[in-house]
Structure formats: C-alpha cells, structure tokens
Design a protein around this ligand. Structure first.
Ligand SMILES: C[S@@+](CC[C@H](N)C(=O)[O-])C[C@H]1O[C@@H](n2cnc3c(N)ncnc32)[C@H](O)[C@@H]1O
Length: 485
C-alpha cells in the first residue's frame, strides 16, 4: 500500500530576520489548466504591483498583495492540501525529511500528500534554488513543479508559522483493499532466478513482486522463509490462497517495493539472504478488462496496479498538459509520434473525456496507421502504465535500498521486461560492482565509494528456447544478479 504521508517538524532555532516560506509540489498533483490560470493571473498582478511600487501607491500595493495571496490560496494551496496523490511514499518522505532536517537554513517544514512547505532563513551565498536542488536530489523520480511559491516573511510571521508546526503529530494513512477471483500467471525465468538466489532452510528471502507466488513457492519449497510484497490486493489474495500450506514461513505484505527496506525494518527484519524483483505486470492484470491495462479489451482506462492509488491513466490522459503527455509517451514508450498523439488526445478530450481503453487505442490508431504485427497503441499503453505506477521511480528506489537489506553474501536478482528498466538495473549493478572509478581529468583511478557487490553473471540471463515457445510473454525478459560483498 502506498502510505499517504503528512509530516510536520520545527526546529528549536527561531527566525531572527527575513525568512522565506517556500511551497513546492509534484507537478502531476494539480491539473495543468489550474497552474496556467494561476501563472497568468499572478503575472498580471505582479505587473500591476510593480507599477504601484514605482508610483509609490502604498494602499494599492497592499491591496494587490492581498489579492495575490487570496488567488494563490484559492488556486494552488487549497487544492494542493486536498490533492489525493500520495507522491511522498514513506521512504521518500523520510529521505526528504532527513535532507531538510540536516539543512541549517531550514527552520520548519511540512510534507503533505503532494507538496512540501518549508520555512527557511537563507545563509551566506545560499539561494532558494540551491535549496530546491537539495530537495530534488533527496527525492529521485519525483517530478517537481518548476514554479515554486516563494513568500518573504518577517521574523514574527516566521515564528508564528514555526509555532504551528511544532505541535503537529506525524501521521500515516493507509489505503483500502480489494480482491478478485481467478489468477493465472506463468512465472518467467523460474529455474534461473531460483538457482541464482540459492534458497535453503534457515535462509530469509524477500520476493518484492509476489504476484501469483510462482517464484515464492519455489523458495518456500527449498525451505526458505519468505517475505512477499505486492501492491496489488488481487495478487496477494491469490498467492495467499495458493501458498497457505507454508504457514508461518510465508509473510505476505501489502506495499510498494520502493518502500521494501522500511516495510521490513518496521517488522523487525534486519538482514536477508536474497531479494527478488520480477518487475512489471502479471498476466491477470493485463488480461482483466476491468483493470484497464490492455487495448485489446474494452475497459475503464485505469492501469493502476494498486487500485487504491489516487491517479489512473484516465486522470493523466484527461488532465495532463499536451507537452507532459508527449513527454510521457516519448520517455516511457519511446513513441516517435508522441507529439502527434498528444495533440490528438488534447483535441479529443476537449469534446468529451477519454474514459475507456478502446477509445484511446482507436484514437491512437487514427494518428499512427498499423505497420506489421504490433498494434499502434502498444508503446503508448506501455508509457501510460509506467507513468501511472511510477514504475521507473519505484525501481530506482528499490535498487538504491536493496543492497542495504542484504546480508554479506546475499543475492539481489532482478527480472525486467523492457529496455528502460533493464538499463536502470544494468547501470546500477555495474556501479556497485566496480572497485574503482576513473575520470579523464583524474591522474589515477580512485576507490568507488558505492562498491559493495560482485556481478554473479556478466551478461543478463534470458529465457531458453523451450520457455520462449511455451510462453511468448517471456521473450523480452532479462535477469541480472549481484552478490553483496
Ligand atoms: C510479473 S508479476 C510477478 C509474478 C511472480 N513472480 C510470480 O511468479 O507469480 C509482478 C507483480 O509485481 C507487482 N508489482 C509491480 N510493481 C510493484 C511495486 N512497485 N511494488 C509492489 N508490487 C509491485 C505487480 O502488482 C505484480 O503482481
């Protein structure tokens, strides 16, 4: 489950001079139209304020300042406070919180569902931009809005704001569950992954993508204790029913694997012997029309692996700015016609919202005529699915926290299904397996501070002919494995 997080903290240090309140938010949290409206009206008011300032019209200036405040609260701050998107997963909120806490200039902060609000007193040469860069570095995969609200405050106003923060409790909100019936998923690279993980009695393993429990079952059969994580309640229910006989050796946990370290730490699990991630979607997710993943079945345009997640594919398709849509199609689907498709979507949604999978697929087919076997909507659907579930962001977070979960000698195995994911895994595994790093400007190579593992296989393991013919969905699978030193 993706926890929606709300954290508020204040420091003991109090403001002594001018301080700044900065509000930053996830760019998907608000509809683009709202942001445009705010920017336009804000620009116009700022122009009038500048003129009033030049003329020395103090009364008018105060009135315009108040108008600007009211506009910002109405168009940005109120909707942001209600934004249902849990952009700050617990792990991200913690990482961002630690960055803010460690920063001397920060006097207080609040993390909402989709926004961060900080009170700071700038020091020396530091600028608001420097601060924003720190926030961004602490939250990889977050798509921050490029227009933060920066408001100067007197020391007294800052103290009052800080006071509000100091009593606030930390809260964590869970999302509801749902379950479904039939679940048939053919496990990919089953023998290869299990062999690489070396399960045995007494070993503790994590299956970060439990799905139907295919890999987990083999780990349990070998005698290991398994923690199985999945964000899809239908998968958890199916795996739970299938593997009930293993009793207390199997622990099924609801959650996003981006929070795997946190999830396990909270349950007292310290070091594990193996960590498996079989990234992507399961066959039941694709095949169930109701889930809205496939252009082959008429269904709601949904695509959420966690059905309680706040943003569906329809939300993105009907509200994202044209340029954002084009970026999603290009970056996550490598769709060359991304701009034309985005333009067509925006034209069409102006008439009526796009709500079903086939509606979107047919629309894409009008832009991109079918060539060969592949449906023209294939790449766009992949791109939207990745965006809806923030798949690359979650994978990055799992990669960066995975090694910390493992004992020395523990193995980390990842199966990917497309080049964007495989590239991220390959790059990260290569980085942590290199004892030294070198740059042209350095006289000699230097020790690599990230060095912590060895590659178990130099090249990715791919399905054998037999598996390929039995299960064509395995054709793009790649398994990469490292072992912690
Ligand atoms: C390919 S299936 C796994 C199949 C499983 N290995 C088996 O053999 O049955 C991927 C599963 O991972 C889950 N999943 C994908 N991304 C996830 C994430 N970020 N956090 C948690 N679960 C995720 C999906 O819901 C899906 O059930």
């Amino acid at each position: 489950m993706d926890p929606a997080t709300s954290i508020t903290r204040a420091k003991a240090t109090q403001p002594t001079g001018t301080c700044y309140r900065v509000l930053m938010w996830d760019s998907c949290a608000l509809p683009a139209e709202q942001l445009n409206e705010w920017s336009e009206q804000r620009k116009e008011l700022l122009g009038r304020m500048r003129d009033a300032g030049i003329k020395g019209a103090r009364g008018l200036l105060t009135q315009l300042e108040n108008e600007l405040k009211t506009l910002t609260v109405k168009l940005i701050e109120e909707p942001l406070a209600l934004a249902p998107r849990a952009a700050f997963s617990f792990a991200r909120a913690e990482a961002l919180g630690a960055t803010l806490q460690a920063h001397e200039a920060v006097l207080a902060y609040r993390l909402g569902n989709a926004a961060v609000e900080v009170l700071m007193q700038l020091q020396g040469e530091e600028s608001v931009t420097d601060m924003l860069n720190h926030w961004q570095a602490a939250t990889p995969g977050m798509d921050w809005c490029t227009a933060p609200i920066v408001q100067a405050m007197s020391a007294a106003e800052g103290t009052a704001w800080q006071q509000e923060c100091s009593d606030h409790a930390e809260t964590e909100v869970d999302t509801p569950e749902y379950t479904s019936g039939e679940f048939h998923h053919v496990t990919v690279l089953l023998n290869e992954a299990v062999q690489a993980l070396q399960p045995a009695e007494g070993k503790v393993m994590v299956d970060a993508t439990l799905g139907g429990g295919g890999h987990t079952e083999r780990l349990l059969l070998a005698g290991a204790e398994v923690w199985g994580i999945d964000q899809d309640p239908a998968a958890r229910a199916a795996a739970g029913a299938r593997l009930a006989q293993y009793g207390e050796r199997l622990h099924i946990v609801a959650g996003n694997f981006r929070n795997a370290a946190e999830i396990l730490r909270k349950r007292g699990v310290q070091g594990v012997d193996g960590l498996l991630a079989d990234i992507g979607i399961s066959s039941p997710q694709v095949d169930c029309a109701e889930r809205g993943f496939s252009f082959l079945h008429e269904g709601p345009l949904d695509m959420r692996m966690n059905p309680a997640a706040p943003r569906s594919a329809a939300d993105i398709v009907n509200t994202a700015a044209e340029s954002k849509l084009a970026d999603i199609l290009w970056q996550y689907g490598e769709e060359r016609a991304s701009r034309a498709i985005a333009r067509r979507i925006v034209q069409e949604r102006a008439k009526a919202p796009i709500t079903t999978t086939t509606q979107l697929a047919d629309l894409i087919a009008t832009v991109l005529p079918r060539k060969g076997k592949q449906h023209p909507a294939t790449r766009s659907f992949q791109a939207l699915r990745i965006a809806v579930n923030d798949e690359l962001g979650a994978l990055e977070e799992l990669l960066h926290s995975g090694l910390s979960l493992l004992k020395s000698g523990g193995r980390f195995a990842v199966i990917t299904f497309h080049s964007l994911e495989d590239r991220a895994v390959k790059r990260y595994f290569e980085l942590v397996c290199k004892p030294e790093i070198d740059r042209p400007e350095w006289p000699a190579p230097r020790p690599n501070p990230a060095y912590a593992a060895r590659l178990v296989y130099r090249k990715p393991v791919t399905p054998a002919e037999e598996e390929l013919s039995a299960n064509p969905r395995s054709r793009s699978a790649k398994l990469r494995v490292i072992e912690k030193l």
